[in-house]
Design a binder for this molecule. Structure first.
Ligand code: ATP
Ligand code: MG
Length: 568
């Protein structure tokens, strides 16, 4: 591709709206252009990468027996109502006004309705259906460029099975295919959430990359492959040691003391030895679980992990409103505690049987000291209700956990029969019984994958492509295109490489300065740069530069093609 005739609108300056590295570089390299918040055009250079990723995905999906579809993005709303997902998606679902249509954010409904009536017998199963298609989600905070768009390209796949064993098999095939795809694309990723192991269970795995641009918090072991979303991650952390001697419960007037830190500060000035820290305090939070109050106690400043709490309590769980707090405990947040609390009391495992604790007195501006959970709080139950933090011990091995933000690249999920039941997608099993088709769903964000690659492969000068995803293998530069010899040589290298099926971006622009061309070549990041300049030509040589290492070498004119092929 001749740059002089191409649309590659590179930018010298970093656009203000771009904070995340990949977003900045994709804009600067003229690969994407924003149309409106969360809506991007892919320009020719960027779209070449999308096509390469799509091709790798196709190869791997076809290898596991996937059949490629193209389902419509415009869907009758009615289908989405049948599965309850108009409500479940809420504001994220785009609605078409005047007509009862929605723009599909995913395609479980359309897959199930396509299977309905056509899949009739267990003999028609299993099936693996996939597509690489545009999705629409009215994300509340589209940001980080194409990492979170309102319109984005997803490879979504669906397995249709007759048995739980079949689903397990389809799920494992996708697990392997996804690993192949991400390996081939050169991504450094890890997998969160192990599959449940039980047949047809609700197994689900997320393929993640570590990134400051991520919105998911994860805990990842520095040694073994333990990785979990922070909402469910566990660690081997010590619980508070019980003191030998339990003190008596005593009331302390604590005017205006609300937080654990304020309590510690206050007590330091009041206690004879002035020694109090947060681990001597139990923080209280009141939740309403199925209409009943539950007091949740955490050690010191630890926050309640509401996902874990929900799992333990089941049903409908929410924090109590301020008015409810007074009604239930007689006190405001900041003065609530276990003694005298009317209702179920649960505590994080780290507080197991702890004594000599400070907590609220259920009376505004008062706290209690000397609380012994074993002695004073009958019926208290203990669960893991906390968030793990960096440096804690991995639950699988003795090494340390690292907690960081990450981006979800892909997701594989055993759906079960939710959608097939709602839409009546059934089949007859071997005994002639009608059953709902068992489904799995599997997604990869194609544009997000490209952005994640760039997040992991760049330096201060620009993007660093390796040959698999690079828009072009070679960036050929004619330095002084007013010089006939340079033009002749560069043209002939361009033609020869192209005829060898090597993709070449040829900077044949006459007006651009050499320095500008070098900078741009580094920004765009093709793996091999071939530089044709007057000086070297006089020695019958051109220069090759490898983008990844910066290594430069002079190559005889006669062996340029060979050398380039060697590097590819
Ligand atoms: P996230 O938690 O990041 O919103 P999700 O759980 O909503 O992701 P899925 O519904 O599982 O994502 O979609 C499958 C894949 O599609 C994701 O793993 C991700 O790679 C991609 N994806 C999801 N939402 C977006 C988006 N708004 N923009 C770009 N890619 C997306
Ligand atoms: Mg989402």
């Amino acid at each position: 591709m001749r740059l002089s005739k191409s649309f590659v609108p590179t930018l010298k300056e970093t656009p203000n709206e771009a904070v995340v590295t990949s977003h900045r570089l994709m804009l600067r390299a003229g690969m994407i252009k924003m149309l409106s918040a969360g809506i991007y055009s892919f320009l020719p250079l960027g779209y070449r990468v999308i096509r390469k990723i799509s091709e790798i995905i196709r190869e791997e999906m076809n290898a596991i027996g996937g059949q490629e579809f193209h389902f419509p993005g415009l869907n009758p709303k009615e289908i989405w109502e049948q599965t309850g997902r108009v409500e479940a998606f809420g504001d994220t679902l785009f609605h078409i006004k005047n007509r009862e249509y929605v723009l599909a954010p995913t395609h479980e409904e359309i897959v199930a309705s396509t299977a309905k009536n056509h899949i009739q017998s267990y003999k028609d199963l299993p099936q693996i259906w996939y597509q690489i298609q545009t999705k629409y989600r009215n994300e509340t905070r589209p940001r980080s460029g194409v990492i979170r768009g309102r319109q984005f390209l997803m490879k979504d796949a669906y397995t249709l099975d007759a048995t739980a064993e079949g689903l397990d098999k389809g799920y494992m095939l996708h697990d392997k295919a996804y690993r192949n795809i991400f390996d081939r694309c050169g991504l450094d990723y890890f997998v969160v959430g192990a599959s449940s192991g039980t047949m047809g269970g609700s197994g689900s795995e997320e393929f993640m990359v570590k990134s400051d641009a991520g919105e998911d918090n994860v805990a990842h072991c520095t040694e073994c492959d333990y990785a979990a979303n922070l909402e469910v991650a566990t660690s081997n952390v010590d619980s508070k040691k019980r003191d030998d001697k339990s003190e008596e419960v005593k009331e302390i007037s604590t005017p205006n003391v609300k937080t654990i830190n304020e309590l510690c500060e206050f007590l330091k000035t009041r206690l004879p030895d002035g020694q109090v820290d947060e681990t001597q305090c139990a923080k209280s939070r009141v939740y309403i679980a199925d209409e009943k109050p539950v007091l949740v106690l955490m050690l010191g400043n630890e926050e309640v992990n509401e996902v874990k709490l929900q799992k333990e309590l089941g049903g409908n769980v929410r924090p109590a409103h301020p008015e409810e707090l007074i009604e239930i405990t007689g006190a405001e947040a900041g003065s609530i505690g276990p003694i005298g609390f009317q209702g179920r009391i649960i505590a994080d495992n780290r507080l197991k049987d702890a004594n000599n604790l400070y907590s609220g007195a259920n009376k505004n501006d008062f706290h209690l000291g000397g609380i012994d959970l074993k002695r004073d709080v009958k019926g208290i139950e203990y669960f893991d209700l906390r968030f793990v933090s960096s440096g804690e011990e991995c639950p699988n091995c003795n090494n340390k956990l690292d907690v960081f933000t990450a981006i979800e690249l892909g997701h594989i999920f055993k759906l079960g029969t939710k959608y097939s039941e709602a839409l009546g997608a059934t089949f007859l099993d071997e005994d002639g019984n009608e059953k709902p088709i068992i489904m799995g769903s599997y997604g990869i964000g194609v544009e997000r994958l490209m952005a994640c690659y760039i997040e992991q492969h760049n330096d201060e000068n620009g993007i660093i492509w390796d040959k698999t995803l690079a828009p072009f293998q070679v960036h050929l530069m004619g330095l002084n295109m007013k010089n006939e010899n340079v033009v002749k040589t560069a043209d002939s290298i361009y033609e020869k490489l192209t005829s060898e099926n090597i993709e070449v971006l040829y900077d044949d622009r006459i007006d651009a300065q050499a320095g500008y061309k070098f900078k741009e070549a580094d920004l765009l990041g093709m793996p091999i740069q071939v530089i044709v300049g007057n000086k070297k030509l006089n020695e019958n040589k051109v220069e090759l530069k490898l983008r990844a290492t910066g290594e430069r070498l002079d190559v005889e004119l006669g062996s340029v093609i060979e050398k380039v092929k060697e590097f590819i």
